[in-house]
Structure formats: structure tokens, C-alpha cells
Design a protein around this ligand. Structure first.
Ligand SMILES: Nc1ncnc2c1ncn2[C@@H]1O[C@H](COP(=O)(O)OP(=O)(O)OP(=O)(O)O)[C@@H](O)[C@H]1O
Length: 289
């Protein structure tokens, strides 16, 4: 079984680590036949992943954060290769959801001796996501976070607290499959394939990544009392019973917003739009777990 590691050298907080040397050491110890490719620019991991699958690699491992995982996963859709993950980001949402080891030696060993399963994949306005996508405050925070200059959880929390005082909900109409139109407001509208955003922040603790459905989490306003409940609910996995959010399930969701709203895929800000078409492709991606 051939394995290809695709490393984003800009990911992770410990830049002094010689990651290729560590991958080589642990993959050799696991007896794997492997190669290592380094990304040279944003988006490169998708091309490298597709090439590795075409060259016959059975497992293609994203070595990086959720952005790199998203790119590698996109490149593997419709191929015969499975996605492995050696997590090096700050959130590591999909790795955590799949209960993969978070330490490098453990994650490399798992990627070299995996079991295989298939998971659903989501698409919002044509952009693939595997963990979560969303409109509103969470996308706004990802946009501001990308401009912050520093990364990591501390920066994320600082940006979120700063923007909380400024952000206003937008009127939206949400059409779910076989359900009445929801005429509401969007502070956060999250489409969850996995249970969490990353960092064990459980936006949809009841989401099942193989059920062919997205869990939609709607927060229509976020006054301070509710923000506290939402914060605790995210951390404890009790958001559905906190009174702070409404939940729905659907395979296909259409949203029309009264004003342009930003959206993110797997925590990376994409763009603004007023119309959103969100759907799930059941069991589209094979993962090595
Ligand atoms: N060689 C590269 N040079 C610059 N940017 C890159 C390169 N390779 C990948 N990228 C981009 O870097 C972005 C961030 O990477 P990634 O999410 O893997 O790491 P991270 O930011 O450390 O993790 P997290 O988002 O979990 O904190 C990705 O969206 C990817 O497009």
C-alpha cells in the first residue's frame, strides 16, 4: 500500500520542527512505502492529492490544519484513494471528529495501518466542505481572523470577542427539504457534517457524518445572556438543549439573505453572497481512520 504525505509547511505553530524528518522516521518505523510532497502555495494540496491518487497511492495524508485537510479531501473526491490526517492546525475539526490521534507519531502510525470508512461531503455554492460551513458571525470571524496576522486559539477568541459587539443579524429565508419556509434572522447559520468546528467546539453534537443529512444550527440573535449559554453549550456539547440555538436536518438547503452575508468552508472564509445553495453528497469521501 503506497502512501503520500502532503505537507503544508506553513501550517502549525511549531515551525522549527523538522516535519519531513519526523514523517520519514515514523512512516519508516511503521513499514510504509511512502512519499512526501510539500505544498508551495494555497490550493496546491488539491492538485498534489489528485496526482498522488492517479499515481496509485491508496492513502493520501493531509499534514496540516483544516484548510489543508479541505484541499486534500477535495482532490481525492471521485478517486480510489482515502484521506488520512496528521493534524497540525489549531482546530483539527475533522481529525477530532474521526477520533484520529492528534500527536504526530500516533497519527502517522494510524495513516500507515488504517481501517477505511466513507463519510458524507457538503457543498455550499460549489465549495466543498467536510466538517462545517456557515454564514454569519462565524464566517465574519474567520474573515477577520485571516487578517489578524497571528493564528492560534488565543487570536481567534480575541477576534471573536472584539467583533461580537459590532455584528448585527441579517434577515434570511431558509428553505429546507420538505419543510415550510423559515422566515428568520441569521446571527449564525451553521451547516454541520461533523459535530464540531474544531477545538472541541460542538456546534452540532448530534450530527452524524454518514447519515446523508446536514445538521443545521440556527442562532437568530445573540444577546449577552444567550452568548454565555452558547459558549458553554459549544464547550460541553449541550448546545441543542441550551435554549440558545434551533436545529433542523436536511440534505439540501437554500438560503436567501436580505443583505450580503459572508460564508466559510471548514473555517476558511470564502466570500459574500445573498443566495446560498447547500447540499450534501452522501458517502462521497473515503477516509483512513
Ligand atoms: N506553501 C504554502 N504557502 C502559503 N499558504 C499555503 C501553503 N500551503 C497551504 N497554504 C494555505 O494555508 C492555509 C492554512 O493552512 P492550514 O489550515 O493547513 O494551517 P493552519 O492555518 O495552521 O491551521 P488552522 O486553520 O487549523 O489554524 C490553507 O488554507 C492553505 O491554502
Amino acid at each position: 500500500m503506497r502512501i503520500c504525505f502532503i505537507l503544508n509547511p506553513t501550517s502549525g505553530t511549531n515551525r522549527r520542527q523538522d516535519v519531513p524528518a519526523l514523517l520519514t522516521r515514523h512512516a519508516t518505523e511503521a513499514g510504509a512505502e511512502f512519499e512526501i510532497r510539500l505544498t508551495e502555495h494555497a490550493g496546491h494540496a488539491e492538485t498534489l492529492a489528485r496526482e498522488a491518487a492517479a499515481a496509485g497511492c491508496r492513502v493520501v495524508v493531509a499534514v496540516g490544519g483544516d484548510g489543508t485537510v479541505n484541499e486534500v479531501a477535495r482532490g481525492l473526491l471521485g478517486t480510489g484513494a482515502a484521506l488520512g490526517i496528521v493534524p497540525r492546525g489549531s482546530g483539527n475539526g475533522l481529525a477530532r471528529h474521526l477520533h484520529l490521534p492528534l500527536d504526530l507519531p500516533g497519527a502517522v502510525r494510524r495513516a500507515c495501518q488504517p481501517e477505511f470508512q466513507r463519510i458524507d461531503a457538503g457543498r455550499i455554492n460549489g465549495h466543498w466542505f467536510f466538517c462545517t460551513a456557515g454564514l454569519g458571525f462565524d464566517a465574519h470571524v474567520s474573515r477577520m481572523f485571516a487578517r489578524a496576522g497571528t493564528r492560534g486559539l488565543a487570536t481567534y477568541v480575541k477576534v471573536a470577542l472584539r467583533e461580537y459587539g459590532r455584528y448585527q443579524p441579517t434577515a434570511v429565508q431558509v428553505q429546507l427539504e420538505n419543510q415550510d419556509l423559515l422566515d428568520t434572522h441569521c446571527y449564525v447559520l451553521a451547516f454541520a457534517n461533523a459535530t464540531q468546528y474544531g477545538n472541541n467546539a460542538y456546534i452540532a453534537p448530534r450530527a452524524n457524518i454518514q447519515d446523508g443529512l446536514l445538521d443545521l444550527c440556527l442562532i437568530d440573535a445573540l444577546p449577552l445572556w444567550r452568548a454565555l449559554r452558547v459558549g458553554v453549550g459549544l464547550a460541553l456539547g449541550t448546545l441543542p438543549t441550551s435554549g440558545g440555538a434551533q436545529y433542523h436536518r436536511s440534505r439540501h438547503i437554500r438560503v436567501r439573505a436580505a443583505a450580503p452575508l459572508g460564508f466559510h468552508v471548514d473555517g476558511d472564509y470564502v466570500a459574500e453572497a445573498t443566495e446560498f445553495d447547500v447540499e450534501l453528497e452522501p458517502l462521497a469521501l473515503e477516509v483512513a481512520v
